[in-house]
Write a protein that binds this ligand. Structure first.
Ligand code: C2E
Ligand code: CA
Ligand code: CA
Ligand code: CA
Length: 278
């Protein structure tokens, strides 16, 4: 018994140290990734199930490392946030995505919209609002076609900088949505205090709503809340017809998920848009 205990501990320590080593390596490599052109953007279409049309796309970042292959943002975004690299990476993504959006608007879908994820760190970047303004102007994109998603976090509450930035972004007419709604630090006062446009229902509720009564109750409550506050909503992580039908029946018509499309590189999106005029 003693021996197996020790070897389990040994394995645990070894895994831990491998994890730390990988993180250290990624951190080192991330510093050069932008210059080496290793980032690419994927786009995941969002659908209106009443019209069966694409209404927008969420931009999802990918890191294609020459030795490790594609690395998930879930792994490298936290490192980028910690090191501050997220500022430059965020700026690059916005430029790249807006250039692509403009191209799609000119050639395929004039009313296509794009939505991007914004890290907490980026809210505290002093030139965020002028930067966004410039990128939109440089690409002739009207702010109504551009959306920023952010998650609620404890640090944002009562932060003047955060609230001011949100108001400034709204002043320039950008759409604002709360991502992963219902998870994390949720304060309902948020919804009435901030000039928000949309709630993104977290995919954990969508995943569990058909098997858990509690999640069913929560998802119905979120839909009711959005309706009563006059907010738009979209359900994330929709993977099955049954889920889509349930959401439809309860009044949520905007959806994103593997059922409709996985996140795809730009050329495959172009092909998809060619088959559909918005
Ligand atoms: P998120 O903003 O909640 O993005 C949705 C995630 O759900 C994406 O993972 C997407 O691929 C995945 N997803 C979409 N449909 C389905 C589905 O039907 N089922 C399941 N199981 N998953 C689905 P991804 O691309 O790995 O991104 C993970 C997270 O990384 C994002 O979560 C977001 O928080 C962050 N992220 C991605 N790109 C960026 C970025 O450019 N900037 C920042 N700050 N964060 C980003
Ligand atoms: Ca998101
Ligand atoms: Ca989300
Ligand atoms: Ca998330």
């Amino acid at each position: 018994l003693k021996i197996s205990k020790e070897s389990a501990l040994g394995r645990y320590n070894e895994e831990k140290s491998q994890e730390i080593e990988r993180r250290y390596f990624l951190q080192k490599e991330l510093m050069h990734a932008l210059r080496r052109n290793e980032f690419l953007l994927y786009y995941q279409p969002q659908f209106d199930t009443r019209t069966n049309q694409i209404t927008g796309m969420e931009v999802l970042l990918r890191w294609n490392h020459p030795a490790l292959g594609i690395i998930s943002p879930a792994e490298f975004i936290p490192i980028a946030e910690e090191t501050g690299l997220i500022i430059d990476i965020g700026k690059w993504s916005m430029q790249e995505a807006c250039r692509q959006l403009r191209h799609w608007q000119k050639t395929k879908s004039p009313d296509l919209r794009l939505s991007m994820n914004l890290s907490v760190k980026q809210f505290y970047q002093p030139d965020l609002v002028p930067m966004v303004t410039n990128v939109l102007r440089d690409n002739s994109i009207i702010p109504e076609h551009f959306e920023l998603e952010f998650t609620e976090s404890l640090s944002m509450h009562n932060s003047e900088t955060f609230i001011r930035t949100i108001r400034e972004l709204k002043n320039i007419k950008i759409h604002l949505s709360i991502d992963d709604f219902g998870t994390g630090y949720s304060s309902l006062s948020y919804l009435t205090q901030l000039p928000l446009d949309k709630i993104k229902i977290d995919r954990s509720f969508v995943h569990n709503m058909l098997s858990s009564k509690q999640d069913e109750i929560v998802i119905k409550a979120i839909i009711g809340l959005a309706e009563n506050l006059g907010l738009q909503m979209i359900a994330e992580g929709v993977e099955s017809e049954v889920q889509a039908a349930f959401l439809e029946a309860h009044g949520c018509h905007h959806m994103q998920g593997f059922l409709f499309s996985r996140p795809l590189p730009h050329d495959q999106i172009t092909e998809m848009l060619s088959k559909q005029y918005i």
